[in-house]
Design a protein around this ligand. Structure first.
Ligand code: NAD
Ligand code: ZN
Length: 355
């Protein structure tokens, strides 16, 4: 099998050719049909997160080992099953099935995993982060229960639901019912932000006010139905935001998570408002503590979503068929160039590798 791996942080992805694995135990081997390129892969490739004040969190301190095949938005076709892989009943798979891979695997045995929150496990086995993922022509998944039926969605359209879709869905759920009555401020109209616009509509949302520094992304957001699109770098961005939300900013999802965006969000929230931080661009903020109780604000982090939420999301998508985000497809051999194009801000929507 062939894969493009991070062999060294900051260096071009390297082609590896290894024997195609034979699934053992409950494992399932899939031929990769589509692998989305997420901005999180850029953070992994760079090798650190920016903690602000010159501090960095290194990926190796998080337990990431190189070489690593990234790719956590994968759709594949089942081509081989381990002897203990279920073939019948709910969760069973057979040769030829096309499935979305849920990549946010925990250890499977701790209390958190038993509660169905594997994405929060302290011993994660995330595919494409701690174990090899989808920037390859084959992928091994430890158990068929992580393989989700995509119905008649196209593989390239379904792949981004494993991360951008699930993460946006999870963040919208943290907002709660207020999204039906008030616009949600969506900061960052990249893969996740654009996905959020479609899902917000599918969930009966009132609409979104988008903030992005890139005019191309703002245009894409307006095309996807945003109520307004504000340049986050404009000196009067905060003023524009309050003008666009005359009944106050009740909910913000920050898909950037940088100092400037978190500050815009915190300053903009009305009494009782909520900020959900998703993006990992990094930095830090200082916040006067009395404001938290006095303005009754909530600041919440959101990390991908659970297996149950992924199933709920796919059901919603199959039922309501929200318009797909713009998707461009690229050969597996262009994995490195595609990652670099995303890093340079040149991708509108999602770039998906199709081995
Ligand atoms: P992307 O590159 O597709 O989009 C990022 C968008 O943010 C672009 O439109 C860009 O123009 C905009 N942007 C950048 N800096 C900005 C600023 N200062 N102000 C306003 N807009 C700005 O990225 P993506 O794949 O959508 O991922 C977004 C972030 O979410 C990344 O940091 C990624 O690692 C993170 N992420 C988090 C989770 C989670 O579970 N918390 C899951 C997936 C991705
Ligand atoms: Zn991702």
């Amino acid at each position: 099998m062939k894969s493009y791996d991070v062999a060294e942080c900051g260096a071009p992805l390297k082609l590896f050719e290894r024997p195609t694995p034979k699934p053992t135990g409950s494992e399932v081997l899939l031929r990769v049909l589509a692998a989305g390129v997420c901005h999180s892969d850029i953070h992994i490739w760079e090798g650190h997160y920016d903690l602000g004040g010159g501090k960095k969190l290194k990926l190796t301190e998080r337990g990431v080992k190189l070489p690593l095949t990234m790719g956590h938005e994968t759709v594949g076709e089942v081509i081989a099953l381990g002897p203990e892989a279920p073939t019948v009943g709910p969760g069973g798979v057979k040769i030829g099935d096309k499935r979305l891979v849920f990549p946010w695997l925990g250890c499977g045995s701790c209390a958190v995993c038993q509660r169905g929150e594997e994405q929060l496990c302290l011993a994660p086995r995330f595919l494409g982060v701690f174990r090899n993922g989808g920037y390859a022509d084959h992928i091994v998944v430890p158990h068929a229960r992580y393989l989700l039926d995509i119905g008649n969605l196209k593989p390239v359209e379904a792949a981004p639901y494993a991360c951008s879709g699930l993460t946006a869905f999870g963040a919208l759920k943290r907002i709660g019912p207020v999204l039906k009555d008030e616009p949600v401020v969506v900061i960052g109209a990249g893969g996740l932000g654009l996905m959020c616009l479609g899902l917000l509509k599918a969930m009966g949302g009132k609409g979104a006010i988008v903030v992005d520094t890139d005019p191309g992304k703002r245009a894409a957001a307006l095309k996807a139905g945003a109520l307004a699109a504000i340049d986050g770098a404009a000196p009067d961005a905060a003023k524009q935001l309050s003008a666009a939300a005359p009944s106050g900013v009740w909910a913000v999802i920050d898909f950037v998570g940088a100092t400037s965006t978190a500050k815009l969000a915190v300053d903009g929230l009305t009494k009782g408002g909520k900020l959900v931080i998703v993006g990992l661009f990094g930095g830090d903020i200082t916040l006067p503590l009395p404001f938290i109780p006095m303005r009754a604000m909530t600041i919440q982090g959101s990390y991908v979503g659970s297996l149950a939420e992924a199933k709920e999301l796919l059901d919603l998508v199959k039922r309501t068929r929200p318009p797909s985000i713009p998707i461009t497809t690229h050969a597996l051999d262009a994995a490195d160039a595609t990652l670099q194009a995303l890093r340079a801000g040149k991708v509108i929507g999602r770039a998906v590798l199709t081995p």
